[in-house]
Design a protein around this ligand. Structure first.
Ligand SMILES: O=C(O)CCC(=O)C(=O)O
Ligand SMILES: [Fe+2]
Length: 440
């Protein structure tokens, strides 16, 4: 699976505090002085705190939103200074009304996210406006979601932790998982052909019935969301360069299990090797609600980004609340430019069916042209991994094929490197070969 890089959490007292408005600049608008604006900001930062408490905190801070926010965070009954999780989805007042007055969504996101801070989002409208994701709450009929959860809880009893190589360390991802494909034939194919982090996955399973029927619904919903995203959010209402214009057809899934509040997954981007560039992923959450954090990748070697942890955090991060039975769509602009994680926490609301567990299914479309029988092999004779340049150079955003083996415990890897070229629809130069193969 992806290189789950589990970073040690930084010990900053405000690491978990919702973002506060930046210091005043001359560009600020008059409305930012209004109590109504400040209250709306505080409400977005502390979505579960009542208006009168917010007002009280604001008054006792002489109208300073950041001071009020700190007071509210300290008063919060949960540890780590994190706002108490809203139990009811959609409880937060929307940020949309602020967008108009703050000079657009991008300006507001920039305004609200700040170094080392977190902006907490709950409503679908806020999530799709400020992140490359969209969310559908109550996705499956309630009984279907519970039945799927029960099926996957049973499966998860035999899940294992993933082990991977991070530079010279062997690391275990702090949650368990397994990989699913839809047919027995594909199970065999995966076992012999596909390579993950330099080795083959041993635990490959066939998609169980309820997960398969959910997959059809996810497929429909994700395709609808892709079209809506293109029409409403992309320049000129056109798909992105390298984005696949054809239907998204999920055929594999990683199922993750987080048993208790401390299980997590560190910041990472999902590997594009078998998905191709500008991939879309449908992620269904079941059981305990957890926080999905996203942050923009800061290109290294920039003014802000020397590549250290604080540089990575310089944009601030956004937290998306993922309740039971919600479908999160990570859109085409996500994997190349953003990282995501599930943060450990100390407090969770147990779920009536799942207890302390959260199950997550990330449905993916492994594309025929990215099958390892077509992609370049390295000097170790292993199919290579597809990466995107994240250094701030003239090659920023370019794709490359590289040796996998550096990610495998005990393997050093080779220096193989090849630029990856794609047509406008994200198809590689060997597309013709793939079509021939499919026709035969
Ligand atoms: O559990 C989640 O919501 C995220 C899982 C994830 O990032 C992954 O499977 O790549
Ligand atoms: Fe991921």
């Amino acid at each position: 699976m992806d290189a789950f890089i589990s970073r040690k959490r930084r010990h900053s007292s405000d690491d978990h505090v919702a973002s506060v408005p930046p210091a005043r600049t001359t560009q600020q608008h008059d409305h930012e002085d209004s109590t109504e604006y400040k209250l709306a900001l505080l409400a977005s930062l502390h979505p579960d705190i009542a208006q009168d408490t917010l007002l009280e905190a604001l008054l006792s801070s002489d109208g300073q939103v950041d001071t009020a926010s700190e007071i509210l965070a300290k008063d919060s009954p949960t540890s780590l200074g994190q706002p108490k999780r809203a139990r009811i989805v959609g409880h937060q007042s929307t940020l949309a009304s602020l967008i108009r007055s703050a000079g657009g969504a991008a300006a507001l996101t920039k305004h609200l996210t700040k170094r080392g801070k977190t902006l907490f989002l709950y409503s679908p409208q806020d999530i799709e406006t400020h992140t490359p994701c969209s969310i559908i709450h109550n996705f499956l009929p309630a009984d279907e979601a519970n039945a799927l959860l029960t099926e996957l809880l049973e499966e998860s009893k035999t899940f294992e932790k993933e082990v991977f190589q991070l530079f010279d360390r062997t690391v275990e991802s702090p949650h368990t998982m397994s990989f699913y494909v839809d047919s027995f034939k594909e199970v065999e194919e995966q076992k012999t052909t596909y390579v993950y982090n330099g080795s083959r996955i041993k635990d490959i399973r066939q998609t169980p019935p309820k997960m398969l029927s959910a997959s059809n619904k996810v497929r429909q919903a994700v395709n609808d969301e892709i079209q809506r995203r293109i029409a409403q959010f992309y320049p000129n209402g056109e798909k992105l360069k390298y984005q696949d214009p054809k239907e998204w057809r999920p055929n594999t899934a990683f199922v993750n299990c987080y048993d208790g509040p401390q299980q997590s997954v560190g910041y990472h981007s999902d590997q594009l090797t078998y998905l191709g560039p500008r991939a879309v992923i449908g992620s269904l959450s079941l059981g305990v609600a957890r926080e999905f954090r996203v942050r923009k990748i800061v290109p290294k070697d920039t003014e802000n980004g020397s590549g250290d942890a604080s540089a990575a955090d310089s944009q601030g991060q956004i937290s998306i609340h993922l309740p039971h039975n919600s479908l999160l769509v990570m859109h085409a602009e996500m994997q190349e430019q953003w990282k995501h994680s599930i943060v450990p926490t100390t407090a969770i609301d147990p779920h009536p069916v799942a207890g302390n567990k959260r199950i997550n299914v990330t449905y993916r479309y492994y594309k025929p042209s990215f099958h390892p029988k077509f992609t370049p092999k390295c000097h170790c004779k292993i199919p290579t991994v597809l990466r995107c340049v994240q250094r701030n150079s003239e090659n920023l955003g370019r794709y490359m094929w590289m040796c996998h083996a550096g990610y495998t415990p005990g393997q050093k890897g080779c220096t193989f490197f090849k630029w990856a070229d794609f047509d406008d629809d994200g198809e590689p130069p060997w597309k013709g070969e793939v079509e021939q193969f499919e026709a035969s």
